[in-house]
Structure formats: C-alpha cells, structure tokens
Write a protein that binds this ligand. Structure first.
Ligand code: ADP
Ligand code: MG
Ligand code: MG
Length: 883
C-alpha cells in the first residue's frame, strides 16, 4: 500500500482534493507544488497511517519505513543534501495536519536533523556560526517540549538567567559562543527532566517526531476539540516532513503570514505581518513586534518599521504574484504562510482564511463581481447565523473594556444604559428618553414592557433558552443571562459584583455577543445594512422559494421586520395587547366576571384597544398577509400577583379582595403548559374570541379604506387537537365576520386556520384541513409535547443530554428532525391530501434557525416566520436551502 505522498519541484503525488488522505496542510502543499509555486520539497505520511497505528496497538504498517526513507532520499536529491550527513545535512520540519484545521494539535518541530556534528556543517555552509547555533538551540527546545514533554519554561529560565549574568537585554545580543554555552545547559536540562540524553541520531529524531504527531491525536485537548466541533476520531491526522528553509539567515531572510484580503473588513489587499531574521512561530509568539506587509498598512498603523513592500520589494512582488494565482485557483480568500531565505520566497502553507461576518459578505460579493465565483456560490459562502453579528450595534473592537462579570451570550448586540431593577423604572426611563439596562434575577411575561423599554437585559439566573433570552432575541435586544457572580438587592436597589457595589442609575454596558458585563460606557459601531449586505440579500431573494415572514406583536417589531425584508406576519401573539397599560384592569375585570354578560361588558372596553393595535399592524404590513393568533396563555397569567396589584383591582372593579383571591385559587394550575389555554379558552369563553375577531375584522376594513390596498387577515386558532374544536371556534369567527360585513356594508376577505402544535393535531391534519384553510406549525409547543419536555424546566437536564450525544442539538433551537420533524411531515402530507392548496408555514423559534429552515424546505413549507432580527438570516438560509 502507498502510505507516503511526495511533493516539490513543481509537481506532487497528491492534490487539494485528497484532503481526507493527506490532511488540509499536506493536500494544499501538494496543490501549490502542482501549480509550480516555490514550495520546499517534502512528503506527507497519510491519515491512513494514523488509523492503522491506532488499530494495531501503535504499530506502523511494515512498508512505512522504506517508503519514508525513499521519500527522504528524493528530497535530499532535490536539495543536494542528505539526511544525517555530516557535510551537507538535510534539515526538515515535521508538521501535523488533520482534515479540518485543529488548533491544539501537536506543534511543529523545525530544524530536525541538527546534532553536535551537523550543526558545524550548517555553520560552515551558511558562513554564519551564530545562525547555526541559534537554529540548534531552537530545535532542542522545540523537540524536547513537543516530543520529550520537557516544559518550555525550564529553557526560558536558563536563557533569562544567562542573559542576566551577561548583562544582555535582547536575544539578538547573544552571539554564537553564547548559544554554544547555552546549548550545553539545555542538554543538561533534557538529561535531568527526561532521564536520557537529547537524541543525536537524525533517524531517531525523525521517528520520535512522527510518533509524537500520531500520539497527539489522542491527547485530551485534541479529543476535547474534536468533541466540541464534531470531528470524528476516525479521521486521523497526517504528518508532513519538509525540507527546511531558513528565515533566520540574517537580514535578507524573514518569515510571515499573509491574507489575500483583509480578514476583518474583507478589503481586497494583501494583509499580514512578517519578521526579518526570524523563524516559524516568532511572528505569532509576540517576542518582537511584527512588521506590516504593505506600505499602505504600515502608514495606517503608523509603524516606523519598514514594510515588506519597501524592505524587500522583489519578494513583495513575488508574493503579490503568488497571491493572485492562489486566489483564482482556490476561488476564495487565502491565508498563507511564507518564509524568505536570503531573498528567495518560499510558500509553506495556504488555506481558505477565517474571516468576520462583515468580511465574509464583502468577499463573497466581490469574488462574484470579479467573476471568480457565481452569485449562487456567493450566497452559499456566507454563514446565515453570522449575519447576526451585523444586524446589531457592536462594541468597537478598538475600545477598552472594563469587564466586571461574564454571563451567557444570550442575545447578540451591545448596549449601554443606566441600571434599573424593575420594569416600571425601565418604562419611566424610556419616557424620560434615558437609556437603561434592565437588571433582574430573571424575567417573566410581566416584564415584557420593561424589556421593550430597556436597551438591553441582564439576568443573574437562567440559560440560553430562559424567558429573558428567548424574548430578548425575539425583540432583537442584547441580553446577557446567567451572570452568577452578580448579587442583586432589589430593596436596596443595588447590585454587587466582585466586592463592587453598583447602584440604580450607574452606567453599564452589556455585550450579548460575548456575555460580558462592562463598567460604564463603551464606543459602539452601528450596523451597516446597505452595500454588500443589501446586494447579497437581493441575490438570495432571487433564488429562494420559501417566503419569510415575521413573528411580530407590536408596531415597532413589525416595522423593524419589514425593513429587514419580512413578507408578512406569520405570528402575531395577541396576549401582550392584554397587558399593556390600563387594559390589564379591564382584562382582570373580564376574568373576574360571574357570567357571559359581565365578561362581554369588560371585553367591550378592550375592543377599541385591540382594534387600534391591529389597524397599525395592517397598515405597516400593507399589501402583505398578517396571521393573528387568538388568545393563547392561561388566564391566571393576567391576574394580579402582588398585594398592591390586588388592591388596585379592588379599587378599579369594586370586586372584593376575597373574591379576587378565590378566583386566583380557582384558576391556578399544576401544569399550565398543558392546562386551560389555547382554543380551550375560546371554547369555554367564546366571547373572548368573538371580541378579538371583531377587532381584527373592523381593523381590516378600516385599514383597507385608509391605505387603499386590500387586507387579508388570517385568523389562527391555537392548540387544537381535533377538528371539532376548530369548527366550534371557526363558527364564531365566521358569524362575527358576517355581522361586521353587514354593519359596515363591506366585503371581507379572510382565512381561518390553525396552529399545529400538538402531536394529535399533526396526526389528524387530514381531518382538520377539511375546514382549516392554513396550518402554521407551532414547533415550540410541538417540541414540548412530542418530547414531553417543558422548555422552562429543560435547562437543568438538556445540557447533559446534548453533551452525552443523546440529542444532537438543543431541540428548542434546532428542530428534532427525526421526531418532531416527522410530525411536521405527516401534518403537511395529510393536510395537503385533503386540501391541495393549503398554506403551510412554521412560526416556532425554529423558523429563524438555518438548519431547521433547510428542513422546512425539504417538507415543502410555503413560508417560515421568525423574530424580526432573524428575518435576514432566514432569507439567506432559505436561499441556501433552495440552492
Ligand atoms: P501550524 O499548523 O501551527 O500553523 P505549521 O506546520 O504551519 O504549524 O508550522 C508553523 C510555522 O513553522 C510555519 O508557519 C513556518 O513559519 C514554520 N515552518 C514549518 N515548516 C517549515 C519549513 N520547512 N521551513 C521553514 N519554516 C517552516
Ligand atoms: Mg501553519
Ligand atoms: Mg404555542
């Protein structure tokens, strides 16, 4: 079998498509060789050797030794030297390289092949003793650290001590004799720490390094990384052995890294850093300050050190030529590593570069404009979720941050404001046009208005799917949740963190993208939604087949969503309209009423408010469909909770406190999620649904008159599990429509449909579709009811479930395709079988999740609906799903 693939001298046995076999680094070294670029010759030991090694109790395949020896001889031939030779020694680097780039894998060993004998040959050849012994001491420390597990700091201490006795400040002050002396000390350290002498035989060194690469595949941090990034253990790593080129051969030598485009802005210009007279990791190690590649970057950075462009114009020209070749070959931005040896440029690595969301957008759009990729490819190049970074204000990366605590990055974006500890104060701040951050232990539905009023939300308890997190994401407000180190004292109106006490009114900044809590104000950058963003979105809209609607309850949400390109409202929850301001009193009056008459009287007070709410939404969404869900939550959520609230209700309604408390007891439930809610309310108290239907229809007629364009409301009945429930409620809605038509002398165009959010509803979809004109899959409740997991209580046990691989992902974030998804599929099939043109959508949180959106495309939904700030993400994800 073939275990070793050679590269160099303008050709290679491998190529970039052989990534699985050669690893990313090896495949690209081969590809660069094939392109005729200057790559030091070498060879790759395949990932299959790694697999073999672990399958055979850490034994190599029998043919490997000979294949490596032959490849090494070939490298020697190309370089005119020979491995282990005392006159013209071949020195190599040993580099690991898995299929996917894996930080935390084994560090590269440079200058391998050096020993007490070959080091003098190197000095002779280079005519530079200092260079040779500097390389040798680097090799000893690297090899001892990586292969023999001797800690770095032992060598560093020895070096510092030596510098002190000699009165040196910088490493560059050490001469050949100094390094020689230190090398003796280093060797002694190895003997003491490792228990045997530093290996002198070149072959021993080589196989030691190869073994270390394979062994590093199973070290805990590599395993952990694979686990976190779902990289299978079976992939294995490759080993690259490559002839050394020296960036530390004096002032005409250098080493550096460069991107073909700016990885943070996407700007088309060579971008990177280099160091003169340096080797390998010196650039990133931060020992010396690296220099800029281009003159332009140098000027911008106000650096007084020359750029590569001015210091080594020939090499810069060559690098520019190569970057052009690599970009057009790989058709993507490249991240390159290079070394210059005595004025000659050598390429040591290339790969598709990592980039920010902003850069990803710009690069995708530019590459398409330059004709390197198609528009469809450009659409596929941007990670939809990454757009989240762009839709919110962010902290200026240059700004200083005084971080006082860390929590979970629950909802992206950053915000600054004065601390407030309750929703009333948040509202008061907004009225006074002062920005605030709502700080709570946790939030509840009653805090919605406070959350709306605040710039951002901070909670000390709760996870990524807590009430605060979910609602904040829906509103597009930054949220940091679960900041356990902060203690809130509501009475004293203070919070304590790390011994520091902050009062209401003190300014803080939260960064919902990182989870940081920062003291005071920090400079922000505003989102940029025109330009590249708009261009890519337009391309995406051109190819997607699913519509994207929004979940919006308020005019602000609706406006935001429309600006982001929403094509209607897929879910308008009406309950928040019951909480707002004075209405809650009328709502409580309605709940406390003894009979239908009393309820109707109270509902009549709510009607004008509801009608006004709908009118605004219809006008904002003019020309687009709007789905309105009838009241869903259990009534007790609207009842007073505190003594003060009870007092207010007594005053406003005249109902006795005893009666209120009795009603509170009656309505309290053990399991509200499965209790008296959804269409069950409309069945027990039809007058609620009638009032809502009336408000919708009257508003629709008025909006059509005012805007001149027709409104088609879609009235949605929640939580049905059988057609009979739906029919009862639909009967009331239709009767109300008829009455309104007669009163107004107008014709209504509307639809009545249902949420499919209970497993039984999905199964009975065929029957329900006989009368329901549309379905919207409420996958939040469908997930709760299909898995028997309450979202509010899931935090404690879902973590271990995903860690142990029982669930692939949090089912409230990404739809569980096998189970919940199967119910959706059944619902679609059975619904369509009955009613061919039934409109199908999704309105759970999943409607804004790219993986779930791909699934929606598969089952053939007509639209997805998501929170306003996820609309652009959904547009792009829907386009990718259609590719
Ligand atoms: P990583 O995967 O951590 O980037 P590499 O294998 O790319 O590790 O090696 C790191 C650095 O070591 C390279 O960027 C380069 O500067 C240096 N290096 C590796 N191989 C050679 C070589 N054959 N000649 C000179 N320098 C090398
Ligand atoms: Mg590298
Ligand atoms: Mg629901």
């Amino acid at each position: 079998a073939k275990w070793v693939y050679a590269f160099g001298d303008g050709k290679a046995e491998g190529k970039s498509q052989m990534r699985d076999l050669l690893g990313g680094k090896g495949a690209n070294l081969a590809e660069m060789s094939n392109l005729g670029l200057p790559v030091p010759p070498g060879f790759t030991i395949t990932t299959e050797v790694c697999t073999y090694y672990y399958d055979h109790g850490k034994q190599y395949p029998p043919e490997l030794k000979d294949q490596v020896a032959a490849a090494l001889a070939q490298v020697g031939k190309l370089t005119g030297r020979s491995f282990g030779d005392a006159k013209a020694p071949l020195l190599v680097s040993v580099r690991s390289g898995a299929r996917a780039s894996m930080p935390g894998m084994m560090d590269t060993v440079l200058n391998l092949g050096l020993n007490d004998e070959t080091v003098s040959a190197l000095a002779r050849e280079a005519g530079d003793e200092r260079f040779a012994y500097d390389s040798y001491r680097r090799f000893i420390t690297m090899y001892s650290n990586v292969v023999l597990n001797v800690e770095h700091h032992a060598f560093e201490e020895a070096l510092e001590q030596y510098k002190e006795t000699k009165g040196y400040d910088l490493d560059t002050e050490l001469g050949a004799e100094d390094w020689k002396t230190l090398i003796q000390t280093y060797k002694k350290i190895v003997r003491d720490e490792h228990g045997s002498d530093f290996p002198q035989g070149a072959d021993d060194q080589l196989w030691g390094a190869i073994g270390a690469v394979f062994n590093s595949w199973m070290i805990p941090r590599a395993k952990k990384y694979r686990e976190l990034n779902s990289i299978p253990e079976s992939w294995g790593t490759a080993v690259n052995v490559q002839a050394m080129v020296f960036g530390n051969m004096g002032d005409t030598s250098a080493t550096g890294v460069a991107f073909t485009r700016n990885p943070s802005t996407g700007e088309r210009a060579l971008y990177g850093e280099f160091l003169i007279n340096a080797q390998g990791e010196d650039v990133v190690a931060g020992i010396r300050t690296p220099q800029n590649i281009t003159e332009k970057a140098r000027t911008e950075a106000k650096s007084d050190k020359p750029s590569l462009e001015s210091a080594m114009p020939d090499c810069f020209g060559e690098l520019t030529r190569i970057y052009g070749i690599l970009e057009s070959h790989y058709r993507d931005m490249q991240d390159m590593e290079f070394t210059i040896e005595k004025g000659k440029l050598w390429m040591l690595q290339t790969r598709n570069g990592k980039r920010t969301a902003k850069a990803a957008l710009r690069i995708a759009v530019d590459l398409a404009a330059e004709g390197l990729i198609t528009r469809n490819e450009a659409i596929g190049r941007v990670e939809p979720s990454a757009l989240d970074q762009l839709l919110h204000p962010t902290i200026d990366p240059k700004a200083e941050r005084k971080v006082i605590a860390n929590g979970l990055p629950a909802s992206p974006g950053a915000a600054t404001g004065e601390i407030v500890f309750n929703s009333e104060d948040a509202e008061a701040h907004r009225k006074a046009e002062r920005k605030c951050i709502l700080v709570r232990v946790e939030t509840s539905p009653e805090d919605i208005h406070g959350m709306h009023a605040a710039e951002g939300i901070l909670t000390t308890r709760g996870g990524m799917t807590s009430h605060a997190a979910v609602v904040a994401r829906g509103m597009g407000k930054p949220c940091v949740s679960g900041v356990g180190t902060i203690r809130i004292d509501y009475k004293a109106q203070t919070m304590t963190v790390g011994g520091k006490v902050l009062k209401a009114g003190d300014k803080i900044t939260i960064d919902g993208s990182t989870g940081q809590v920062i003291l005071g104000e920090v400079a922000m950058l505003e989102p940029e939604l025109s330009g590249d963003f708009a261009t890519l979105m337009e391309w995406a809209d051109g190819i997607r087949t699913m519509k994207v609607r929004t979940n919006a309850d308020t005019p602000t949400d609706a406006r935001t969503a429309r600006n982001f390109g929403a094509e209607g409202i897929g879910l308008c929850r009406t309950e928040h309209m019951f909480f707002d301001g004075d209405r809650i009193i009328a709502v409580r009056e309605m709940i406390l009423a003894d009979d239908a008459e009393g309820r109707k009287a109270a509902l009549a007070k709510i009607l004008p408010y509801q009608r006004q709410d709908f009118l605004e939404l219809f006008k904002i969404m003019s020309g687009l469909p709007v789905t309105i869900r009838l009241l869903d939550p259990p009534l007790h959520e609207f009842l007073p909770h505190t003594d003060q609230e009870v007092g207010e209700v007594v005053k406003a309604t005249g109902v006795t406190e005893d009666k209120i408390r009795q009603r509170m007891r009656e309505l309290s439930e053990h399991n509200p999620m499965l209790g008296f809610r959804g269409c069950r309310l409309a069945i027990a108290f039809p007058e609620i649904a009638e009032m809502q239907a009336r408000a919708i229809f009257e508003a629709a007629i008025q909006a059509a008159e005012e805007t001149g364009s027709p409104v088609t409301p879609e009235v949605m009945v929640p939580l049905v599990f059988t057609r009979a429930e739906f029919d009862l409620v639909k009967g009331r809605i239709d009767a109300t429509a008829k009455a309104v038509e007669e009163e107004k002398g107008a014709k209504l165009d509307y639809q009545v449909g249902t949420m499919i959010e209970l497993p039984r509803a999905a199964l009975m979809a065929g029957q329900i579709a006989e009368t329901a004109e549309f379905f919207s899959f409420g996958t939040n409740d469908l997930t709760q009811t299909a898995l028997g997991i309450s979202r509010d209580d899931a935090a404690t046990f879902l973590g271990p479930y995903t860690q142990k691989g029982i669930l692939a992902a949090d089912p409230f974030i990404t739809i569980d395709q096998e189970g919940v998804g199967e119910l959706v599929r059944i619902g679609c099939e059975r619904g369509r079988a009955t009613r061919k043109d039934i409109k199908l959508g999704i309105c759970g949180e999943h409607g804004g999740d790219p993986a779930s959106i791909a699934f929606c495309q598969q089952v053939g939904l007509d639209y997805v609906s998501c929170s306003p700030y996820r609309v652009p993400i959904a547009r792009l994800a829907a386009a990718q799903a259609a590719l």
